[in-house]
Design a binder for this molecule. Structure first.
Ligand code: FAD
Length: 551
């Protein structure tokens, strides 16, 4: 059965009629990673997500697959080693989505690290991450640094260092991990909230109550093991389980702003000092550059954390201090996003000092909760949790042997290129094969870097729509949208424009023109009447406005 929103009710109803091995609450990168690992071990798995997949923190990060250079300062050597080495693994399994990125770190008077400190830190970083020789860091003189990035302020500049990180699309990575799990037999349902937990004699956990927020129906689903991977909402479920004691979450907020590339034409990504002792990134992506992140304590709405004028001023001041000639203004901001970090509270520590390590809690009822961690470390976090799930299944006599983790070499959907070197030839091949659609090379490149080898299927369908009489750009748009409706469980306009394509952040100005077509195609496929159509458009318009609103 295809991974389409039209199959959600059927999937929920099937799940409620049989006991499964593992039920995962939360369809962010953590839940998706666990689902893939468990499905590859041959277990019957389901992911239940209350909004859209990745709509929590996993579509609101800095979109870097990185070891976290700054964690060296906190002596988090194990974390840096794990996330650093994971970069190459995830890159190998999804080379179109996780790409090496040159990162320039300017060394400035009074900055976080001096010249010697930077060299030592990067040497340790490279060693811990086991980087290949061609990706080893390089130190630069002041002149070399200015040559590498002419936009940098000369004042206080002492030199720089060039090293390699990896860039990704967090929401698409989550989706491809989930789709890979589904290919191996897992089930996943979005817009389905776990509203209650079910127990045997009030003691051991046996299942969950799920509320389908689209159809309004309620289901009970039973599982041998239940994992709470609800990110910032982990403690709400621990509370329901009466096991919220000891360590708790500490929520901090991170905001990013997006400007036109022409307004900050960086030669490469930058990781630079802010006056308050923190460091932030500026990352070019297609014809935009995004800058972030802030890191402040937060206690507001977790679903749509706000952006304040203070967040905007902080990021603009930081960028203008480092790149004074750009003179960025609030009016240059084309879009923003704001996300919350589910960190583990430590008394007396500021948001930036809190550890990014993951933490596992096993309650008396048997509920396994996982919180903290990084997007980058999702595979190793999943391995730890899935090993625990195996132990539980074995204790319960459901399995006799715990199969080994098999995600290290499991190529994700769309990532099946013979090698990374094959991506550029594949883009050219798609450009030639679908010449009839007259796509721009830029658009083909966007599709391939979003969907990988699945681009072929998208354009094949677009060709059919062209033959049916659609204009070329509309045929390409419909090819992409239908692919996400039929194979990526898109259930509304925002799923497509925010998370499957990232258009709200990186191509917001294109939206007014395509919105009517997107709405009509969604309505026809998902069976919306006029009232539902208006409701869905209004819901998206709110996000569209919110992306450039701050108070
Ligand atoms: P989430 O993505 O939040 O997923 C949890 C899901 O559970 C949500 O989708 C939610 O809707 C669902 N849920 C909650 N309650 C229920 C319920 N009752 N029933 C059903 N579903 C439920 N990491 C990196 O490696 N690199 C970076 O560059 C990076 N940058 C970051 C920048 C910022 C600003 C932030 C905030 C984080 C960043 N991170 C980064 C960290 C990374 O994004 C997170 O560690 C990761 O996304 C957490 O994923 P998750 O699946 O645990 O949580």
């Amino acid at each position: 059965m295809s991974f389409s929103a039209n199959n959600r009710s059927h999937t929920l109803s099937q799940l409620s009629q049989q006991k499964i091995d593992l039920l995962i609450i939360g369809g962010g990168i953590t839940g998706a990673g666990i689902a893939l690992d468990a499905a590859l071990r041959g277990w019957k798995v389901a992911v239940i997500e209350k909004k859209d997949f990745s709509s929590g923190t996993s579509s609101r990060s800095t979109k870097l697959i990185h070891g976290g250079l700054r964690y060296l300062k906190q002596f988090e050597l194990k974390l840096v080693h794990e996330t650093g080495t994971e970069r190459a693994v995830i890159h190998h399994n999804a080379p179109h989505l996780v790409k090496p990125e040159d990162m320039l770190l300017p060394i400035v008077e009074g900055g976080t690290l001096g010249k010697v400190g930077t060299s030592i830190a990067l040497w340790v970083y490279d060693k811990l991450a086991g980087v290949k020789d061609e990706e080893a860091f390089e130190t630069l003189s002041k002149e070399e640094t200015l040559k590498a990035e002419p936009l940098l302020s000369e004042t206080g500049l002492k030199g720089g260092a060039l090293y390699t990180e990896y860039r990704t699309d967090d929401a698409r990575l989550t989706l491809e991990v989930l789709k890979s799990a589904i290919q191996k037999g897992a089930n996943a349902v979005n817009y389905a909230e776990v509203t209650d937990l079910l127990y045997h004699n009030d003691k051991s956990i046996r299942g969950v109550v799920v509320q389908d927020s689209i159809q309004g129906k309620t289901y009970e689903i039973e599982a041998d093991v239940i994992v709470n991977a609800a990110g910032p909402w982990v403690d709400f479920l621990r509370q329901k389980d009466h096991s919220l004691m000891g360590k708790r979450l500490h929520i901090t907020k991170g905001v990013h702003i997006v400007v036109e590339y022409n307004r900050l034409p960086l030669a490469q990504s930058m990781y630079f000092d802010v006056k308050d002792g923190r460091m932030i990134f500026a990352v070019p992506r297609m014809d935009k550059v995004y800058i972030g992140t802030t890191d402040t304590n937060y206690s507001g709405d977790l679903h749509e954390p706000d952006v304040t004028k203070a967040d905007i001023d902080y990021l603009l001041n930081a960028a203008n201090h480092m790149f004074p000639s750009a003179q960025l203004q609030a009016s240059d901001i084309e879009s923003t996003w704001s996300g919350v970090r589910p960190l583990i509270h430590e008394d007396g520590k500021s948001p930036s000092e809190l550890s990014r390590k993951d933490e596992i809690f096993i309650s008396e009822s048997g509920l396994i909760s996982i919180a903290g961690g990084k997007l980058t470390g999702f595979r190793k976090m999943a391995e730890r949790i899935t090993n625990l799930v195996g132990e539980k299944l074995s204790e319960k006599g459901c399995i006799t042997q715990i199969p080994a983790c098999a995600t290290e070499n499991h190529v994700l959907t769309g990532g099946d290129f013979p090698s990374e070197g094959e991506i550029s030839p594949f883009i050219k091949q798609m450009y030639q094969k679908y010449g009839k659609l007259e796509p721009s090379m830029k658009h083909i490149s966007y599709l391939v870097h979003s969907y990988g080898t699945q681009t072929d299927e998208i354009l094949q369908n677009a060709l059919l729509y062209l033959e049916q009489g659609l204009e070329k750009p509309t045929a390409i748009l419909k090819g992409e949208l239908m692919f996400t409706l039929e194979k990526e469980c898109v259930a509304n306009i925002s799923d497509f424009l925010v998370r499957r394509t990232g258009k709200l952040y990186f191509n917001r100005s294109s939206i007014p023109e395509i919105l009517p077509t997107v709405t009509e195609i969604c309505a026809a496929y998902l069976g919306w009447d006029e009232a539902e159509k208006n409701k869905q458009v209004a819901a998206f318009q709110q996000l569209f406005t919110q992306a450039v609103t701050w108070k």
